[in-house]
Design a protein around this ligand. Sequence first.
Ligand SMILES: *Cc1c(COP(=O)(O)O)cnc(C)c1O
Length: 348
Amino acid sequence: MKSYVFPGNIEEEILQINNGQIPYMRTAAFSALVKESEQMMLQLINCKKGKVIFYTASGTGAMEAVVTNFVTLKKKAFIISGGSFGHRWKSLCDYYACPNEIFEVPFARDIDYDKLESAIIESQPDVFLCQHHETSTGQLFNLKKISDICHKYNVSLVVDVISSFLADPLDMDALGIDICITSSQKGLNIAPGLSLIVLAESVQNLPYARKGYYFDFAENLKNLERGQTPYSPATTLFMQLHARLKMDIEKGTDAIVDEVRNKAHYFRSLCKKNGWEVPAEVPSNCITGFFVHKNGDILFNELLKQDIYIMPGGTPHYFRVSHLGVQSKEDLDELAARIKEIENYKLN
Ligand SMILES: *Cc1c(COP(=O)(O)O)cnc(C)c1O
């Protein structure tokens, strides 16, 4: 199988982890694994005095946790909506009756940062919710500009970095981000099922709102002091996570991001050769979103017949190819050739 979706193709050594009996988690060994994972995560995202909450839930679970524990403490949220993941912040705030204002960004466009600043002055929000990379379109937002605006107007900054962490440069301390969210099946390139919240020192020890039992920050942080989770963790995923973080620390963030960037640039050169338009104004390294010319309605299923997975984009003839996980230039050559072949199918 060739996977250009999330998490992408994974090395055998990670897949083989705990391919046997499931260990018990209330042990010193498991606590040590959790504590080490926390430290490695903080190092990779550069949040020196941070804390990490681990949830056995996909990324949306962590987004929900931020809303129930943190956003509900605030009077008003301001949301960047550049696609379906931005809209998810809006749905969550509405669901929990958090007052919010939305700043719409057109498909695959960058934010107009001057307009954004004016909107913030007008809106006077307490908390800013955005994505670093809006995965539905491939657009990467400028966190430096966003954080400058947030700091200038004293707005707390929460960033969903789920699909940019380990794909695009990200330095939480340098940017002064209060909360980052990520999950297992994107840059960390392991199975889906874990999500992680990184709390900077600025947002630790707050009287968090208690609007959700399972995701309660205070209860999770209390258990984390001894390297435990309040409820049964997905033990095998934690073991994969620990192994992955160790590999990533050895490689270093810059080298990991360079690798992803090289794959992305290479595939975009193939798109250019084939005349496939890449609409993102500032594309993330994580994915390439592109329009094919013909047979977009059959492309996904025709590739599937060849055991190749790409992501449909929600817009006719628009597809997304992930650059996370194991993929060589030869793989990408092959993928482009197959897409081209299917484009040229003569249909009755
Ligand atoms: C994948 C992703 C999520 C999480 O989605 P789940 O379906 O819960 O895994 C959230 N935000 C972004 C930007 C993502 O790419």
